[in-house]
Design a protein around this ligand. Sequence first.
Ligand code: TRH
Length: 356
Amino acid sequence: MRWDIFCRIVDNYGDAGVCWRLARSLSSLHGQTVRIFCDDLPTLNLLASGTDEAVKHQIDIQAWEASYSNARHPVTAPDVVIEAFGCDLPERYLAGLFIAPIKPIIINLEYLSAEPWVAEFHAKASPQSHGIAKYFFFPGFRDDVGGLLLDPIPPEGHLVAKFIPEDLKSAWSKLRPNAKRISIFCYPGIPLRPWLEDLGKLGENVDVLLAHGHSELLNVYDEQAVQLPATLQLLPMPFVSQDDYDWVLSQCDFNIVRGEDSFIRAQLAGKPFIWHIYPQEDRAHEVKLAAFLDLYLESASQDLRLSAIAAMTWAMPSEWIHSLDAWNAHAKAWRAHLLEKQADGGLAARLLRFIA
Ligand code: TRH
C-alpha cells in the first residue's frame, strides 16, 4: 500500500523521531511505499542520517508544501494517510483526496500512554464532515492498543564498544575505564545540578554524557557556576543520528531519557533509566508516569519499586542507588517482556492489520 505520513514539528525531536521510525518500519519490514511530508526537513534528515542507506533510499521525504503543490494535477492517491499527533492535513492536500477515485483511510496517530482508558478510544472512528474515514490509533504497551515502535531492535546489552560512531569519537576518547557511565537527555526544570552533586559524592567515578544542548542547561562552560565533585566528568555530545543515539544508550550503565521515543529506546537498551516525561500544564504527565510505573514495576520487589519510583520523581541518587543491581536485572527482564508482548510486530504491524 501507499502511505503518506504528515509530520509537523511542534517542538523538540519527538514528532520527527516517531514519524521516521514508523516510516522505516513500514518500508523496510513490511514493504510498504511511504512518503513523509514534514515542515522541518533539516530536523528529520538529522535524525534519519544514520539509517542504512538502502532503507533510507526507499522512503520519499518531502517538504510539507509538496503535499499540495501538485494538487490540481491528478495525484496518485495513497491508501493510508497518517496525521501524526493530530497535526491537521493541509486543506489543499485534502481537496486532492476528495477527487481521488478510491478514498484513503486517515489515521490520527496519538501520543503514547500506558493509561488504561486508552483501550476504550483506540481504533475508534472519528467521523468527519468531508466523509473520508478517520480513526484514532493509540500506541501503547497493552495487547488491546496500538503497540510500540520498536524498529530497529538493538542487540541485547553490547557494553563492549565494537565501533565508535564518528561524531562520538571525541567524547569517547575522554571516557575513564574505571568510571560508571550515564547519559542525560532531559527537559529543563529538574534539579539536575543537585542531582549530579549528590551522585558525585557517592565515591565512584562517573562519566556523564550530555545530549546536545545540555551543557548550556547546566552552564558547564561557566566554571564559577559549575563546581561538581571531582569524581564526575561531564562530556558534551553533539546531536547524533537516531541509530547512534541507540548506541549511546546501550553503552551506558544508566540513562536519563525523555518524551516518547527515547523513552522506548531506553527500555530496549535493557538498562535502568529515568523517564523525564514531557511536562504538561495540567499535570496530566504525573498520571501518565504513574500508569507506566504500575506496568513497569508490576513484578519488581517492594524495595526496587520504591527505589525506581523515587528515582523517577527526582529523589537524589543516594536515596535509591543501592537498588541499582536489582534494577539492572529488572531492566533486562523488562526488555525481554516488552519484546515478547510486541512479538506480533508492534505498532507498524498492528496498523497494517487494522487497515486490512
Ligand atoms: O525530543 P523529545 O522531547 O520529543 C517530544 C516528545 O515526543 C513529546 O511527547 C512530544 O509531545 C514533543 O516532542 C512534541 O523526546 P523524544 O520523544 O524522546 O524524541 C527524541 C528523538 O530524538 C528520538 O527519536 C531520539 C532522537 N535523538 C537523536 O536522534 N539523537 C540525539 O542525539 C538525541 C539526544 C536524540
